[in-house]
Write a protein that binds this ligand. Structure first.
Ligand code: GLY
Ligand code: MN
Length: 357
């Protein structure tokens, strides 16, 4: 078992003890990947103080035997029955389960595990995923470098007056795959002109015109981990107002990079760039949160808002201030940052100074 996976399972077992739980059943596939390295469409994991059990049906037995180590691998099409027998053998009567399971799965557990207290756990494994180890950080860095390269290529691809937003999105998606991505981490946003005032304007058939601003928000999966970056550029001429707004958003993005470090509260992480944008007179036009965690999911903990919770070294988060003027245009600049004890490391390295094509 890789040292990284072993550490994750050990932390999971420690957390079980801390929470006074005897056992945890895990069915959320992203969490199963995190703990075992297995990726497939169905599996069940049981972790107790002394057991690590991985259950999958015959489609996945050979795959699991190749990639899952440190777990007893059991082939079964009735995993709840297997778990039930193990719980009886170990006399477990308090079982934690992930609270995002479906209601029908919950009912099936009630039937299969009668006599066992079922204790809903909110974010049990997600809590472990909050702090990334070095292998995760370097994988996210690679995903970011793929997005960076695709962005640089897109600058040559865009031909104002000819290229549609959808052409551009397709180009970015394909380029990221060519550079090694296994897919895109969310539907690519390419929004030009007044459509860029929609923070999440999905690519349409609109032609990108000279004189417009263009926001691209995109990312990829590389070895299961995501990148998420946004750049706004301009076509042809730029008005004074557009330049001013661009500079305010850039300053907000950079101010957060200068301040972010372990120990900063979630409130301050959101507040530093928001105050800067508010003082510049555009506070009511920065209509969303400053960012979110990334990792195996495109949106994961931490989520920023009014909270005294503190950033910790090893968190990977986005820094994405924006200003949106309805019916005119919008600007957003988004980077991915790893929080460190003394500051942060920026993983998205594509240029941010105003680009005019
Ligand atoms: N970049 C997409 C999002 O953060 O929702
Ligand atoms: Mn984002």
């Amino acid at each position: 078992m890789s040292t990284f996976l072993e550490q994750r399972v050990l932390k999971c077992q420690k957390q079980l003890e801390d929470k006074g739980l005897e056992a945890l059943i895990i069915t959320h596939l992203t969490n199963i990947y995190y703990l075992t390295g297995f990726s497939g469409t169905a599996a069940t994991v049981l972790i107790t103080a002394k057991r690590r059990v991985f259950i999958a049906d015959s489609r996945y037995t050979l795959i699991a035997k190749g990639c899952v180590t440190g777990f007893d691998i059991i082939e079964s099409r009735t995993p709840l029955q297997v778990v039930s027998e193990l719980l009886k053998a170990d006399q477990v009567d308090r079982l934690g389960f992930e609270d995002q399971v479906s209601f029908s799965f919950y009912q099936a557990m009630q039937t299969a595990f009668s006599g066992v207290d079922l204790l809903a756990q909110s974010g049990f494994v997600e809590e472990l995923r909050l702090i990334k180890d070095t292998s995760e950080i370097e994988t996210i860095a690679k995903a970011c470098s793929i997005s960076d390269k695709a962005f640089m290529d897109a600058l040559d691809f865009i031909k104002p007056g000819t290229t549609t937003e959808r052409d551009l999105a397709n180009f970015l998606d394909f380029r990221m795959r060519q550079y090694g991505a296994s897919g895109i981490s969310f539907d690519t946003i390419a929004a030009s002109g007044c459509r860029s005032a929609m923070p999440h304007g999905r690519a349409s058939d609109k032609v990108i015109q000279s004189g417009e601003s263009l926001t691209m928000d995109f990312g990829c999966y590389y070895n299961h981990y995501v990148s998420d970056m946004t750049r706004t550029i301009h076509m042809g001429q730029v008005t004074d107002e557009e330049r001013e707004i661009y500079e305010i958003v850039l300053e907000a993005n950079k101010a957060l990079i200068a301040e972010a470090s372990a120990g900063m509260t979630y409130s301050d992480f959101d507040g530093v760039p928001r105050q800067l944008i508010t003082e510049a007179g555009y506070g009511s036009h920065f209509t969303h949160g400053i960012g979110h965690g990334i990792g195996l999911d495109i949106h994961e903990n931490p989520f920023f808002g009014k909270s005294d919770q503190k950033l910790q070294a090893g968190m990977v988060v986005t820094d994405e201030p924006g200003i949106y003027l309805d019916n005119k245009y919008g600007v957003r600049i988004e980077d991915d940052l790893v929080i460190t004890e003394s500051g942060c490391r920026v993983l998205t390295l594509a240029p941010k100074e105003l680009i005019v094509l």
